[in-house]
Ligand binder design. Structure first.
Ligand code: XIL
Length: 341
């Protein structure tokens, strides 16, 4: 019998994992129940899963996760009310089925923006009203910063049609529907990158100055053994804490491969790589513990290596980014954070 992460970190923060509905039964369910006290839907609460076409809400899978969390005394996060991926194309078409994205006529642009924000407002209110008692931590918008795009804002359909107002609308609607008890996050990856971090900071600050209800920053933390440094990750959290905001690690995993590397270890992952991974996980969790005052939770993006999005992204190959291997056994990385000495 091995230790349980949720017990090991009980004086620090909740430990979570992303889950798919099929993991609510069987060996994965058993592992999750033993190890974590926090869950998030890996896919089934994304915009296209919940509102595949206008006004047609599909709750079946989302409800299944809510029930599983409740039965097992776990908290749940919501991911995500708004995103540029996994979102129905219907959001961005006008009543005649024409794309609203590249409209140039100013009058029509104004009308399109109004329509999009109305749909967004309805999407957010409907979902938040349904789950506000069961879910306290919400990703309101996901991945809106992109330093390579104009203004440093991701040139998504949302942004092209509505500018930054879609962000404001989403947060305000969530607060109005959910009340003061739910916590609202802006979530993104590579938040340790200085250019990206500073653009995010600027956006959040301008929103807070306008009274937009943002409670915290979600740091996805999809990192690799090669980088970024633990120091840069913590540094970013400190910067947002200065604004009075909470921080959460929302999607932690640690690829064996550097971002630009396209190699594949296949079945022969070198021992030294797994050892380096364990060392980096140890360093990371030591820093998380030290900074528990500005960090309120750590969520892994999955629980076992077999079931990780990194086995198909950015290319199909064998990756091993989590704490449990393909046989569901605890890896060196698990022991490194459970018993760091
Ligand atoms: C990923 C899921 O893990 C995959 O199963 C799906 O095919 C694509 O999305 N950042 C996010 C998550 O915010 O929603 C993504 O999840 C991983 C990157």
């Amino acid at each position: 019998d091995i230790p349980s992460l949720k017990d090991v970190f009980k004086d620090y923060f909740p430990i979570g994992a992303a889950i798919e509905p099929d993991e609510t039964a069987g060996l994965h369910a058993d592992l999750l129940k033993k190890q974590v006290n926090w869950l998030v839907a890996e896919n089934v609460m994304k915009p296209d899963a919940i509102e595949p076409s206008e006004g047609n809400f599909n709750w079946t899978n989302a409800d299944k996760l809510v029930a599983f969390a409740k039965e097992n005394g776990m908290q749940l996060r919501f991911h995500t009310l708004v995103w540029h991926n996994q979102v129905g194309g219907w959001f961005f078409q006008d009543e005649n089925g024409n794309s609203m994205v590249d409209e140039t006529d100013p009058k029509k642009r104004e009308a399109n923006k109004k329509l999009l924000l109305k749909r967004l407002d309805n999407h957010v209110r409907t979902i938040v009203s349904r789950y506000k008692d069961d879910i306290k931590s919400w990703d309101v918008v996901n991945e809106v910063i992109e330093p390579g795009d104009p203004d440093g804002m991701r040139a998504s359909n949302w942004y092209k049609i509505a500018g930054v107002d879609f962000i404001e609308t989403a947060f305000r609607a969530a607060r109005e529907a959910g009340g003061p008890d739910i916590k609202l996050y802006i979530n993104d990856y590579s938040t340790d990158d200085i250019t990206k971090r500073d653009r995010l900071y600027e956006l959040v600050k301008s929103m807070l100055d306008k009274g937009v209800p943002i409670d915290g920053v979600g740091h996805q933390t999809h990192i690799s053994v090669a980088g970024p440094s633990v120091f840069s990750i913590i540094d970013s959290m400190k910067k947002f804490a200065e604004l009075g905001l909470d921080n959460i690690v929302t999607e932690l995993d640690m690829s064996l491969y550097a971002w630009n590397d396209r190699s594949d270890y296949g079945d022969d992952i070198p021992a030294y790589v797994l050892r380096s991974q364990a060392d980096k996980y140890r360093e990371l969790f030591d820093a998380f513990k030290e900074n528990k005052d500005i960090l309120s939770g750590v969520m892994f993006w999955g629980i076992t290596d077999e079931h990780s999005w990194l086995n198909t992204f950015p290319v199909t190959r064998t990756d091993a980014p989590l704490l449990f291997d393909r046989q569901l056994h605890a890896k060196q990385a698990f022991w490194a954070i459970v018993d760091p000495s």
